[in-house]
Design a protein around this ligand. Structure first.
Ligand code: AR6
Length: 204
């Protein structure tokens, strides 16, 4: 029964059909959210989110990994988009990625400082990415830890924003999303997310 399904799960084999079925069966928001530590470019979901810069023309970090794995057609499509403002999002095909689409969002450059502008912009990154999913009828997504690398948004508050914003979205759009993977890359983020997910997506 639903009662036995944990509110969130850690995933170690995110492309395993049986595991995914177990994760997403049963409906309700409680079993849709998972934590995965690893490379976002391997995930077989409708969309992976890219922590891009305003040029949308690639860079380092997760952006560099996504462009490398997707191939040069991704660059060509991004090149036709006229960039993207901070906190906004744009969608492209996934090309050579297993993900069907890439949602490119531009996080705030925080350099260690969290004020209202940085917090609101990071919140909007998650909201605008989810809005694009809804507009394109997509139901499975993986998010990296937007802004917490080169852009220097502190990890704890960034995780709070990521988890609370997605939680609110799921509560308000209960039938839209079937799966959200929080894809962390660093052990520090893994520990932070694990702790916070138990609070924000609690077991009963
Ligand atoms: N899969 C998942 N997460 C990853 C991967 C990966 N393959 N590689 C790195 N991360 P960052 P930002 C994590 O710096 O702070 C780029 O140059 C990483 O450990 O990629 O938003 C863009 O072009 C960190 O936890 O993004 C921009 O100029 C998280 O992804 C700028 O960096 C985000 O770190 C954006 O900076």
């Amino acid at each position: 029964s639903l009662d036995k399904i944990p509110a969130w799960r850690e995933e170690t084999r995110p492309n395993d059909k049986e595991e995914v079925k177990e994760l997403t069966d049963g409906g309700g928001p409680r079993n849709k959210v998972s934590l995965y530590k690893g490379d976002i470019t391997v995930l077989e979901v409708d969309a992976i989110v890219n922590a891009a810069n305003s040029s949308l023309l690639g860079g380092g970090g997760v952006d560099g990994c996504i462009h490398k794995a997707a191939g040069s057609c991704l660059y060509d499509e991004c090149n036709s988009l006229n960039g993207c403002e901070t906190s906004k999002a744009k969608i492209t095909c996934g090309y050579d990625l297993p993900a069907k689409y890439v949602i490119h969002t531009v996080g705030p450059v925080a350099r260690g400082h969290v004020g209202p502008t940085e917090s609101n912009d990071l919140t909007s990154c998650y909201q605008n990415s989810l809005r694009l999913m809804k507009e394109n009828d997509l139901s499975t997504v993986a998010f990296p830890c937007i802004s917490t690398g080169i852009y220097g948004f502190p990890n704890e508050p960034a995780a709070d924003i990521a988890l609370k914003t997605v939680k609110s979205w799921i509560d308000e759009n209960p039938d839209m999303i079937t799966r959200v993977i929080f894809c962390v890359f660093l052990e520090t983020d893994f520990a932070i997310y694990k702790k916070k997910m138990s609070v924000i997506f609690p077991d009963n």
